[in-house]
Design a protein. Structure first.
Length: 137
């Protein structure tokens, strides 16, 4: 079961101000995650919504054969902040993350590659925000 993102543990007051005015793009790379993806998307949105930060969730799927992309597409139909990209013939976490980041105009970029770590980074700023948060029970 997905756990809550404890962003407050790694953000300073200045970092929180950055998130309040800038857009966050969170990339979630997937491969055969049909059993988990809907629950994960629901949970991530419930954590991000109260922050008051404009955001989008970019699910980059490596052409799963278990229905992952269809499930994400159904969520995206009802929530335009969720976007799906399916990579054909490609595999790999770092490639999927870069693929998603290249398709957003957000200035705060994040990745959720497992249920234990969320990483955020603000680019194009002198005082880069670099944060590694944990996922709590």
């Amino acid at each position: 079961m997905p756990r809550g993102v404890a962003l407050e543990s790694c953000l300073t007051a200045a970092d929180s101000e950055v998130l309040a005015v800038e857009k966050l793009a969170l990339v979630i790379p997937t491969l055969c995650e049909a059993d988990n993806i809907c629950r994960l998307l629901t949970h991530v949105r419930s954590v991000l919504d109260p922050l008051g930060t404009p955001y989008e969730i970019l699910v980059v799927d490596d052409d799963s054969c278990d229905g992952t992309s269809e499930m994400v597409a159904a969520v995206a139909e009802s929530d335009p902040r969720v976007r799906l990209f399916v990579r054909k013939g490609e595999r790999g976490l770092s490639g999927a993350i870069l693929y998603g980041w290249q398709r957003t105009d957000a200035t705060v970029l994040g990745e959720l590659v497992d249920l234990d770590t969320l990483r955020l980074a603000a680019f194009g700023r002198e005082d880069h925000l670099k944060c590694t948060g944990t996922l709590d029970d």
